[in-house]
Every structure is written in C-alpha cells, then in structure tokens.
Design a protein around this ligand. Structure first.
Ligand code: SF4
Ligand code: SF4
Length: 453
C-alpha cells in the first residue's frame, strides 16, 4: 500500500507496510502513482514520453525497482498474519489513571468530566482506595517493573494530601516488589504553589499543564464557575513550573474547538510564552455542542496544521524549536508489531479507577455503567470486556484497512469510536481525517529535518 502526497514543496511517498518514506522528484512521484494503479513499464514509457526523456524514465523505473527489491516500496502486509498471535497475547496491567478528585475548581465548557463529576456525584478518592489501587496494580502487573500512575481528575490538586500519601506509599512498595512507579500529574494550575511544584519536581516523571493558548481563547473555554477567566492566574504558575522542571518532562496541553479554528496561533502563543513541549488537540464533542468541530471545518483545520508545520520549520532554523506532540512520529523505530497494533492499551494494560475504586477501560469511559469492569478489591470481573478491548486493533476495524495512517494511529481511540458509533470497533471519522493530515505534516517535518541535516 502506497500513500503519495505533496506538502510544502516535497513529493512524499510512504510505503505503508514497511513504514519507508521517500522524498522523490516529479518523475518518480508520477511513475509510482502509475505503478500503484497497476500500469506496467511499457504503458508508463508511452504515457510519459512527451514529458520526459526516455533515458530519464528508464533510470527512474530502475531506481523504483531497486527500492521494491529492497522491500522499501510496494511491500506486503506482514502484520496481518501476526494478528491471531497478537490477540492471544498475555497482557498485564501497566498503568492506572487514578481519578483522585471528581470535582473541579474550573467549569471548562468542553469538559467530558462535567466539572469533574463524570455523570456521578462529586467525590474525592480516599487514601485507602488509592492504596488498594496501587496494590491492585502491583498484583496485576506480572513481571513488568515500570508501572505508570496518572493522578487525574477533575482537578487532582483538590485532593493533594492524598496524592502525596499515595506517592509515598507507592515508593515504599517499590523495593519489596521490584517495581518502579512513574507518576504523572494533570492539573489546571489553579491551586499550584511552590510546595506542590517542589514535590512534583521530585516525584512526578511528567506533568500535564492544561492551557488552551491565547488569553481570550483560554478564558472563554476555561472559566471559573462564576465566569471569570483563569488565564492570568495559571499562566505565570505554569511558566514557573515548566522552567523549574529541568530535565524532567512536562507538557502544556490545550484543546481547540470551533471557536478557535485558527489554533496554530494558540500553539505559537504557548511557544512564545516559553513552553517547548506543546500539545493542542481537537475537541471531541457531540455535534449539538456549539463548540464542536464540524465537517465543514476540516479544510480550515488542515490549513492550520500546514501553517503550523511551516512555522515550526522556520523557528527550528532560527534555533527556536519546540515540540508539538501531534507532529511527533517515529519513522526509525522499526516494525514492532505490538506497538503498531496495540494502541493505547485501554481496557487491558491501562485502566481508570474512580474515587470509590471502580475500574473502567479508561478515563473517557468512566460513568458509562456498561463499561464497569470491576473494582480494585475484586479485580477485573468483566473478562469479556477485557477481551473485547484486547481484540480492538487496526485489523478489527473495517475503516482502517485502507487507511495509510493505520500503523501510526493504531486504530484510533476506542472511546471516541464508542461515543460516535456505539462500538469500540469503529472509528471517529472526523478525527481520522485530522489524524491523517497530522501524519502527513509529521512526515513532511521529518523530510525537512533530514534536508537541513
Ligand atoms: S485514522 Fe481512522 S481509519 Fe485511519 S487507522 Fe486511525 S482510526 Fe483507523
Ligand atoms: S480509548 Fe481513547 S481516551 Fe481512552 S486511553 Fe485510549 S486513546 Fe485515550
């Protein structure tokens, strides 16, 4: 399977199955297109003879044949055969998303957690429930040493004492069970202070700072309950936090909606504020919401991705590079079948825990009773659900079969698929369109980087 496209002056050919990327001239680009349509050498020579010299065509055909022989072009799908084995794989729980606080001090318009309540009551996770969750993780992680725990909400800082106690408890169990916890904190920044930053810099491998971009954009979507914006309060704290993290990871994470389709400006605003690890993601919302993205917005969004990619190249050349997470792509990692097929691991390797200890496939399913999988005391009871999630991969999804992005996207988000189609084995079509555009931009950025080098 071949995907050809032009972007920012580059003619790019992606051989989907091998992951090989080729930046080619017009002639090779055209010939690959014709070969992909099933045309043979004789047809191609005849077809292109008015445009190119015969010798040029022969050379190009020879080069294409060499790449094909080297398994870098027109390759077969070798993963399809691995899928049965993949479905039978043993999985262990590697990561938990602890809903440490089902409450929030902001009232973000797009919040899927409904101001932290997740279709349920306001609640804080107790130390006992959190401790049991960590015990559950240790007990269900098999031989895996590195375990991830994300303190999530609502707003986790509203239950900060329990976060600290749980980190302490987790650390106390590491040696005994030969485990290493990697803690992460996601916060809106309202309650951030020096003590919290100091603790987080010592204990949290990553922190996610929720900020949408320009002041008017952020304040409109992320107000306090009484309506005032939160930008002025959180920005200086986030700047200080990010600067104090040193080598440790953080990222400034925002959401764009129909209200800021010119979101490249928000990404650049975050970069101008000094953040160099940035993620600004498309909102996923019911079409009825006024801020939801619509199909008619797709061309504008794609234009914005192109604009952003070009600006990133410009800034990189000026020594002002920053990372935009949705443009990060690994073209060198090699074909690891598990990584390519498994995706986020929701429902199997990754689970969400509610404040009262219930287990769900991930944070997006919390509150959907049919996805209640068990609890931290009795473990996963719904093995049928676990199996369904385990079998959820690009080959299980019809829409993914002909999609060039399938090995970068791994079949998309099960929660989005469920919310839009009532099944985890479908795909959220608008999101897919944007995903494909991001993959194209990401590959183009790699091509530009290689050229600069
Ligand atoms: S972008 Fe959509 S269609 Fe393509 S692989 Fe991902 S989920 Fe499947
Ligand atoms: S199912 Fe979707 S929301 Fe849930 S962890 Fe996976 S990618 Fe994230």
């Amino acid at each position: 399977m071949i995907h050809r496209y032009k972007n920012n002056g580059y003619n790019i050919v992606l051989d989907v199955n091998s992951g090989s990327v080729h930046v080619v001239d017009e002639l090779v680009y055209d010939i690959i297109g014709l070969l992909d349509e099933g045309k043979d050498g004789a047809f191609i020579r005849e077809h292109l003879k008015g445009q190119y010299q015969e010798e040029e065509i022969s050379t190009a055909l020879g080069e294409i044949q060499e790449l094909t022989d080297a398994q870098m072009l027109f390759t077969e799908d070798i993963y399809r055969d691995a899928i049965e084995h993949f479905k039978e794989r043993e999985t262990v729980v590697k990561a938990l998303c602890l809903h440490i606080a089902h409450d929030c001090n902001l009232a973000c318009r797009y919040c899927f957690a409904e101001e932290g309540e997740y279709h349920g009551r306001r609640a804080m996770m107790s130390y006992e429930v959190g401790k049991q969750a960590l015990d559950f993780l240790i007990a269900n992680s098999g031989n895996r040493r590195n375990l991830e725990v994300d303190f999530f909400g609502g707003e986790p800082l509203m239950n900060w004492d329990v976060v600290k106690q749980l980190v302490e408890y987790g650390r106390s169990q590491e040696e005994k069970y030969n485990k290493k916890f990697r803690f992460t904190l996601t916060t809106n920044g309202v309650l951030l202070n020096d003590e919290i930053m100091e603790f987080a810099n010592k204990e949290m491998a990553n922190v996610v700072l929720s900020i949408d971009g320009r002041k008017e954009v952020h304040d409109f979507m992320r107000p306090f309950r009484k309506g005032a914006g939160s930008y002025d309060l959180v920005v200086p704290k986030f700047q200080k936090f990010a600067a104090s993290r040193g080598e440790k990871s953080y990222y400034a994470r925002g959401t764009f909606t129909r209200h800021n389709l010119d979101f490249s400006e928000d990404v650049l605003h975050l970069a101008d504020l000094g953040f160099d690890q940035i993620s600004v993601e498309p909102v996923v919302a019911d079409e009825k919401e006024e801020y939801a993205l619509k199909w008619e917005d797709v061309p504008k969004i794609c234009e914005e991705y192109d604009k952003l990619a070009k600006e990133m190249i410009r800034r990189r050349k000026k020594g002002k590079a920053f990372n935009f997470f949705h443009f990060m792509i690994d073209l060198t990692g090699g074909p690891c079948v598990y990584k390519r097929l498994s995706g986020c691991g929701s429902g199997t390797e990754y689970l969400a825990v509610t404040p009262w200890g219930d287990l769900y496939p991930c944070h997006q399913f919390v509150g959907e009773e049919k996805f209640l999988m068990g609890n931290v005391w009795d473990g996963v009871k719904r093995q049928d659900l676990c199996k369904e999630f385990k079998n959820c991969n690009v080959y299980a999804k019809e829409k993914c079969q002909d999609c060039f992005a399938k090995f970068y996207c791994s079949g998309g988000c099960a929660a989005n698929s469920y919310n839009f189609h009532g099944s985890i084995n479908d795909a959220y079509d608008l999101g897919c369109e944007l995903q494909r555009k991001r993959v194209e931009c990401a590959i183009m950025l790699k091509a530009a980087e290689a050229e600069e080098e």
